[in-house]
Write a protein of this length. Structure first.
Length: 274
């Protein structure tokens, strides 16, 4: 899609592979493409804005950070932008599983963030609370669609009002298990194409869509601004993904390209033609 067509407070719907639609609301927007959205249980048909009027924030299944590139197309935008009451639409706590780092110690790190979704504090929680807060990474739209459907089918998502960071949390529903973190499409490469025209950006996007192997990464979409295009690609291993993207874009006639790579907690820039 083009430059962001949505605003804080807007409602949208995520179309899932089984034909259902999961309503969501933009609660935070951190440019150029970061969104924190509340996502609710899927519905059998595309809802209207009026049909969502009675949804309560605590009934949402996710308060997740993800790419907003699909909001508007192919995720229908339902409107409703306006002020978001932060006392009701809360900033969540995010968790990171630390068992690989501290196998004998405190296994869950909990991050507290500000209104720009930047970490301002953290603490450790017992392993028994793993899966009771929000996944700490940023997901691509493709990853969110697939993971959400998997978790709904497994009855693995709990309403936000049952999570420890909610005011007066209610008990977890019987038979509901903790939600595991996504196991794929977590790292990211953004290919920045300077210039006002669409042709080079479209060429880069199509090259990546045709050339990337699914196990290496998937194109999430293109964000356009007056001076450049940004093509986002997600994959399980940011370094491997960056190497493959470099192979694909180097032959193109686009000498000013640059790649913004994020792998785990590390970020760096690559210039294919330098």
């Amino acid at each position: 899609m083009s430059a962001a067509a949505y605003r804080v407070g807007d409602w949208f719907a995520i179309p899932l592979a089984d034909g259902t639609f999961a309503p969501g609301r933009v609660v935070f927007h951190t440019p150029p493409q970061g969104v924190l959205g509340y996502v609710f249980a899927p519905r059998p048909t595309l809802p209207t804005r009026a049909e969502l009027a009675d949804l309560e924030p605590g009934d949402a299944l996710l308060a997740q950070r993800f790419s907003g590139l699909h909001i508007g197309d192919p995720w229908p935008l339902l409107g409703g932008a306006g002020d978001v009451d932060r006392s009701r639409w809360k900033t969540p706590e995010f968790e990171t599983d630390l068992r690989d780092v501290y196998p004998e110690g405190r296994e869950v790190r909990v991050d507290l963030v500000d209104d720009q979704l930047r970490r301002v504090h953290f603490f450790h929680a017992p392993l028994s609370e793993l899966g009771r807060r929000q996944y700490g990474g940023v997901m691509g739209a493709v990853a969110l669609e697939r993971w959400l459907l998997q978790q709904v089918r497994a009855n693995a998502l709990v309403p936000l009002r049952t999570q420890p960071w909610w005011d007066d949390p209610t008990p977890v529903p019987p038979g509901t298990g903790p939600s595991p973190a996504p196991e794929h499409l977590s790292d990211r490469v953004v290919v920045v194409v300077p210039g006002r025209g669409r042709s080079v950006g479209d060429m880069v996007e199509m090259t990546l869509m045709l050339g990337l192997e699914p196990e290496v990464g998937e194109v999430d979409g293109t964000m356009r601004s007056p001076n450049e295009s940004e093509i986002s690609v997600y994959g399980p291993d940011g370094r491997r993904l960056a190497d493959r993207v470099l192979e694909l874009v180097r032959p193109l006639r686009a000498p000013a390209l640059r790649l913004l790579v994020r792998a785990g907690d590390q970020e760096w820039t690559l210039r294919p033609h330098e």
